[in-house]
Design a protein around this ligand. Structure first.
Ligand code: NI
Length: 173
């Protein structure tokens, strides 16, 4: 396994709509990419990592809201599709492409997500709270949407100002 480089905002790949993973792309290469994404996510201390964040403009992400404690929560989502959302939650969110930025973001409380697993098998999950928040955040990445776009205007301006300052001092590359 090897660690991948996480790209930071405003890298253009983060703002592109990812391409669907084709049926012919399932195989050892995809499995190895997914392994490396898990490794990179754990190493960075994140709970989710989407392909655009490692410079690959494709519709897939990995997630583990248990931080490696519960094997059942270690899930790879290929071609995720949000089929239903319900309710609302308002909580702190971070993103590995925005190091040091943590802001409260409004999301739906519950989501049903359809996806393929790493072997190409169709799957569906009904999730609430943190896993739902994470799936919505990571599926956004597959659509070229970053959590900045989900913040209130005020919080977005504050975050942008902070990023600008960090970029000027070379602390954000
Ligand atoms: Ni993110």
């Amino acid at each position: 396994m090897s660690l991948l480089t996480i790209v930071h905002y405003p890298d253009p790949v983060l703002l592109q709509v990812g391409k669907p993973v084709g049926e012919d792309e399932f195989g050892p290469e995809l499995a190895s990419l997914v392994d490396n994404m898990f490794e990179t996510m754990y190493s960075a201390g994140g709970v989710g990592l989407a392909a655009p964040q490692i410079g690959v403009s494709k519709r897939l992400f990995v997630m583990d809201c248990s931080g490696g404690d519960d094997p059942e929560q270690k899930i790879a989502f290929i071609n995720p599709e949000i089929v239903n959302v319900e309710g609302e939650q308002y909580g702190e969110e971070g993103c590995l492409s925005f190091p040091g930025v943590f802001t409260k973001v409004r999301r739906e409380m519950r989501t049903i997500v359809r996806f393929q697993d790493v072997n190409g098998e169709d799957s569906e999950l009904d999730l609430e709270e943190l896993p739902a928040r994470c799936v919505l955040h990571e599926t956004d990445h597959c659509d070229g949407i970053v959590f900045l776009d989900r913040m209130s205007v005020l919080k977005r301006e504050l975050a942008k100002r902070k990023i600008k300052k960090l970029r000027q001092t070379g602390e954000w590359v």
